[in-house]
Design a protein around this ligand. Structure first.
Ligand code: NAD
Length: 454
């Protein structure tokens, strides 16, 4: 069977694609890479495009697509509260366009990534599929409206659909882990503290009506979610409907932090802050319906989830991180070379943003080595994967950071983090700033390598 996977460069999508391949399905991915990672895409046909793009119809014809798994969406509750229009546009409008494309191209099977956020603040927990759906944030509302559209397409055009309402996806598998930028999900954030990337974890409210006062969520291993899609595909001919995907067991924020402390051996400092708008206090699934109809049961528990996520953070994530550093980079200055070498240690790919001659002249009085020569030498360095040249002043680095969205910005120069224009951009995009790599550059900042040799 030929399956089109939208959002296959994302966290759950890319793991599900690997599971589909194992089971013998032919898979084609479309993803606009607005949130996903190219490195997560396995070796299958990949078309970089939007789900609302006209190209999707051509892809369906070219690959003789028989069913679609629709993961592509924005999935940050907080962002949807701040910017609901973005969610109505990307999640709702574009999904409706996709449904029309499927109808026009005679694809009549779809599996849709829905969410427990469609339930809002449920009255009865564990939540069954018949619980009232009253989302309390725009993200949940967009997903609910697509569920409604699926029912209409089912009635009017015979579209066969299964909407899987995932609870909190977590864990790692097949060398893929959670790599959202910015990250908003609890387990990767807590592990970031254990890893040393953050100082502490913020607990948003400790006065909820729960045993320890913190919110309770049902964490489900991403591989269990992937398996639910395989079972759903097998049953799509005979069943259309909505299913919860959760473990039936809830863990509070404090319990997750404690479990992470045990697995990582790190003390993980916490800070209690105000509640966040749009956070229900308890979300736990009743999964009997999918167990009965599809034979699905969760196989992994919270310790498996944290253990796999931690293993991924420790062993595997680093090779996927992109590091950007910027500066004059005189390649025969030992301090500059050291800075580049240290920057490369931080991740798998190093991109250097190279100041042009005018910038060098402006700041140093003159360009110490012509741009073309600096670029050639830098590109030849083993540690450097790509070199881009600045086209104007500081704004050029800022624009490049916005376009490249690296994981880490390795600051080489001698200005303070609080002074540089890149800092607010990095904070907004969740890019980690690493300082202090240019110690040797700073100590001899007016002595370029060229001058020393002369
Ligand atoms: N992660 C969770 O805990 C969770 C829980 C419930 C539901 N979901 C749903 O599961 C799906 C996958 O979630 P995820 O955590 O893997 O998210 P993700 O951000 O890792 O993946 C989403 C992918 O969709 C792509 N995308 C977004 N809009 C697109 C568009 N218009 N056209 C083409 N590609 C587009 C992104 O580039 C990204 O690769 C989403 O629909 C999400 O709402 C996730």
């Amino acid at each position: 069977m030929n399956i089109l996977v939208t959002g296959g460069a994302g966290y759950i999508g890319s793991i599900t694609v690997r599971r589909l391949l194992e089971k013998g399905y032919n898979v084609v991915i479309i993803d606009n890479l607005s949130r996903g990672n190219k490195f997560s895409i396995p070796d299958v046909p990949f078309i970089q495009c939007d789900v609302a793009d006209e190209k999707v119809g051509e892809v369906i014809k070219q690959y003789n697509i028989q069913a679609v798994i629709h993961f592509a969406a924005y999935a940050y509750v907080g962002e949807s509260v701040e910017n609901p229009g973005l969610y109505f546009e990307n999640n709702l409008k574009k999904s409706l366009i996709l449904l029309e494309t499927l109808r026009k191209n005679n694809v009549n099977k779809i599996i849709f990534s829905s969410t427990c956020s469609t339930y809002g603040d449920p009255e009865i927990v564990p939540i069954t599929e018949s619980e009232k759906q009253a989302p309390i944030n725009p993200y949940g509302l967009t997903k609910l409206l697509i569920e409604k559209a699926l029912q209409v397409y089912n009635k009017n055009y015979g579209l066969k659909f299964i909407a899987l309402r995932y609870f909190n996806a977590a864990g790692a598998s097949y060398d893929v882990g959670e790599h959202h930028r910015p990250e908003t999900h609890l387990i990767p954030l807590v592990l970031d503290v254990a890893f040393g990337r953050r100082d502490k974890i913020k607990i948003f409210g400790n006065d909820y009506p729960t045993p320890d006062g913190t919110c309770i969520r049902d964490y489900i291993h991403v591989l269990d979610i992937a398996d639910a899609h395989i079972l759903a595909l097998e049953k799509l001919d005979s069943i259309s409907g909505f299913y919860n995907i959760g473990t039936g067991k809830g863990n509070s924020v404090k319990e997750i932090i404690e479990a992470c402390r045990k697995i990582t051996g790190h003390e993980i400092p916490v800070e209690i802050v105000e509640r966040r708008p749009g956070d229900p206090h308890v979300l736990v699934a009743d999964y009997k319906k999918i167990q009965q109809d599809l034979g699905w049961v969760p196989k992994q528990d919270i310790n498996d989830i944290i253990r796999d996520a931690w293993h991924w953070h420790n062993e595997l994530e680093k090779k996927h991180l992109t590091v950007v550093t910027s500066g004059y980079f005189d390649p025969i200055h030992a301090g500059h070379i050291e800075c580049i070498h240290l920057a490369k240690q931080l991740g798998g790919k190093l991109i250097v943003l190279l100041n042009n001659d005018q910038q060098c002249a402006l700041k140093k009085g003159k360009a110490f080595m012509p741009l073309g020569e600096r670029k050639i030498i830098l590109e030849a360095l083993r540690d450097v994967d790509e070199v881009f040249i600045s086209i104007d002043e500081d704004a050029s680095v800022c624009k490049s950071l916005e376009a490249l969205k690296p994981d880490i910005f390795a600051k080489g120069g001698d200005r303070l983090i609080s002074e540089i224009p890149e800092t607010p951009i990095c904070r907004r995009l969740g890019i980690q700033i690493i300082d202090g790599l240019g110690a040797k550059i700073q100590s001899s900042s007016d002595l370029t390598g060229l001058k020393q040799i002369i």
